[in-house]
Design a protein around this ligand. Structure first.
Ligand SMILES: Nc1nc2c(ncn2[C@@H]2O[C@H](COP(=O)(O)OP(=O)(O)OP(=O)(O)O)[C@@H](O)[C@H]2O)c(=O)[nH]1
Ligand SMILES: [Mg+2]
Length: 454
């Protein structure tokens, strides 16, 4: 049953000139509003899941020749009566239609409001709704597949099973509490412990999948770092095949972080060119250097560059140590191989460096392959559940922590009260994930990520 008594409308396709545009409408008056301006047939009597050809009129002038798709509650995306008007893709026509719909009582939709209604009407749970947003923004095939799996409810199903098992235990413990004077144990502690351990075993892989999920969804954050003039910006440009960053022989050219995305081997790589690392009195350069260090901490991979044509072995040894201190995978790179001495290249290679020339293109393909290999096979099997969403990751971790507390409690034989409290907390976190338990703030946060019309 719908919770809403107003009817919302928005353009569901991008603004701009196109062959067609789709205007969407959802709510109790959706059909009657459109019916009042449609000539061709009487829409009010038509069945759901049907398409109708006709003309839309505003007073006596034709707005456009359109196809109207008609959906009846609850068999629509939102679960409400809904209409999709396919019109010609001129911004003037689409806004003209939207204005006319608003004059007849519809209201402009907010970002994500259609999907929010779908959630509130029970058509989707929260993780599925979030999957819709992810699907729209998916940048690669794996991201598309995980989002699709989420919409189909793969993740929700796994969570639902966990929740049901927990609920049955919490209810047994609560029952015990009701009979506390009689000192009975309905929930056998050893069985409970096994069950909680089994739950943990299901949650842990989901939590662990997030590193991979994060890479699938957001790409590998790859920071290009090194001393000034090492050739970082030249490398970025070579990787992107585009003159993206300024290159000059003056050390300290790059100040801001310059970011761009490359897709290779099914992987999205987010390359970040940074200010060269050095002590400096220049306050602006110093800000740049501190940004570099920030980015190195957040990275999934550091490409650390050393100028092979101008090599000081002692300095390089120190640089390797500094780069490895970030505890993030580092690929060591000797740059400007075209101008380097052969013995220097040999020394670098003995230390595990890949020697490249961004200028001539030498070993750039090899470098790309190394990066792809490092992150392994990111393609996912259809139906496989990978956690890609930071909110889900946080929720699963909180669930795990509460479960671990409950297990410890069982080992130290705490009272049923305390046990029930930890179990209820675990349940609460699981419920928040699927939206069984949700607050307006949470919904606001989630649905504001959508675009208007979705
Ligand atoms: N011969 C040769 N020169 C290169 C190569 N890569 C970069 N250079 C030169 O080295 C100088 C510095 O290059 P940049 O890419 O600006 O170096 P950077 O590391 O970004 O420097 P900062 O932004 O100042 O930290 C420029 O004059 C480049 O043309 C290369 O592969 N071979
Ligand atoms: Mg630079």
């Amino acid at each position: 049953m719908s919770h809403h008594n107003d009817t919302i409308t928005a353009l569901a396709t991008p603004t701009g000139v196109s062959a067609l545009a789709v205007v969407r409408l959802s709510g109790p008056d959706a059909i009657s509003i459109v019916s009042g301006m449609f000539r061709g047939k009487e829409l009010g009597g038509e069945a759901g899941n049907t398409i109708h050809y006709g003309k839309l009129y505003e007073k006596d002038s034709v707005l456009d020749e359109v196809l109207v798709s008609l959906f009846r509650a609850p068999h629509s995306y939102t679960g409400e009566d809904s209409i999709e008007i396919s019109c010609h893709g001129s911004p003037l026509i689409a806004t003209g239609i939207i204005k006319a719909l608003i004059r007849r009582g519809a209201r402009p939709a907010q970002a994500g409001e259609f999907t929010r209604r779908a959630f509130l009407n029970g058509k989707l749970d929260l993780t599925q709704a979030e999957g819709v947003a992810d699907l729209i923004h998916a940048e690669n095939e794996s991201a598309r597949l995980t989002a699709l799996n989420q919409i189909k409810g793969g993740f929700s199903k796994e969570l639902a099973v966990l929740r049901e098992q927990l609920i049955s235990f919490v209810s047994l413990i609560e029952l015990e509490l009701d009979f506390s004077e009689e000192d009975v144990e309905f929930a056998r502690r050893d069985v409970l412990k096994d069950m909680l351990r089994a739950l943990l075993q299901k949650i842990e892989p989901l939590i662990d999948s997030f590193d991979r999920g994060n890479v699938i969804r957001n790409g590998v954050r790859t920071v290009i770092a090194g001393r000034p003039n090492a050739g970082k910006s030249t490398l970025l440009n070579a990787l992107l095949n585009e003159e993206r960053a300024i290159v000059s022989e003056i050390p300290g050219t790059t100040r801001d972080v310059i970011e761009d995305v490359v897709h290779m081997g099914g992987l999205t790589l987010r390359f970040m060119d940074t200010a060269g690392l050095r002590e400096t009195d220049d306050p602006i350069e110093a800000i740049g250097v501190s940004r570099t260090k920030e980015q190195m901490k957040l990275a999934s991979l550091i490409l650390y560059l050393v100028d092979a044509s101008n090599l000081d072995l002692q300095v390089v040894e120190n640089e390797i140590k500094e780069a490895k201190a970030y505890k993030i995978p580092v690929l060591l790179i000797g740059s400007k191989a075209d101008q380097a001495k052969v013995e220097n290249l040999a020394w670098l290679e003995s230390k595990g460096f890949v020697c490249i020339s961004a200028k001539s293109g030498l070993n750039i393909e090899l470098l790309k392959n190394r990066v792809v290999e490092l992150f392994g096979d990111m393609t996912i099997r259809p139906g496989e559940t990978v956690v890609t969403n930071a909110r889900h990751y946080a929720g699963l971790r909180s669930t795990r922590d509460a479960l671990q507390r409950a297990i410890e409690g069982l080992e130290t034989k705490v009272s049923g009260d305390l046990l029930a409290q930890d179990l209820r907390e675990a349940l609460h976190h699981l419920g928040e994930l699927t939206g069984t338990i949700s607050s307006d703030d949470l919904l606001e946060q989630i649905f504001s990520r959508f675009c208007i019309g979705k």
